[in-house]
Design a protein around this ligand. Structure first.
Ligand code: MN
Length: 128
């Protein structure tokens, strides 16, 4: 069964690149270009994982992650923040807001899909 990913990203170039790389490897991709729509689509589309930009119109990535965490039906859905390499503080803040992990921008086409696949496969968290 093909995995469905939701990409919440307002930069068209980043969105199309991620979508292209993921579809080439058989993922189904749906997209939202603002935070509020991203939350709605997370609930309606029931994706296997969510890729989340931080700087977004309507609701930023921190607000989106915090909102998604309020919905128990999304507990098993990893939230992968896509953060700028330079913005170290972003990573800590987005993890605190509820992200499962992060990958760095600019996207590396050679490793991107493998990184995402790892999060999707590990989506059932082990109890600690
Ligand atoms: Mn953005």
């Amino acid at each position: 069964m093909s995995r469905k990913l939701l990409i919440i990203e307002d930069n068209e170039q980043n969105y199309y690149m991620m979508r292209f790389l993921l579809e080439k490897k058989g993922f189904k991709v749906v997209g939202a270009d603002n935070g509020r729509l991203g939350v709605e689509m997370a609930l309606s589309e029931k994706p296997d994982a969510i890729l989340l930009d931080i700087q977004l119109p309507e609701m930023d990535g921190y607000a989106v992650a915090a909102e998604l965490k309020k919905h128990a039906e999304l507990d098993d859905v990893p939230i992968i923040a896509v953060t700028s390499y330079a913005m170290v503080g972003d990573r800590e803040n987005i993890m605190a807001a509820g992200a499962t992990g992060y990958i760095e921008k600019p996207i590396n086409p050679d490793t991107f899909v493998d990184e995402i696949s790892r999060f999707v496969q590990d989506k059932k968290p082990q109890s600690e």
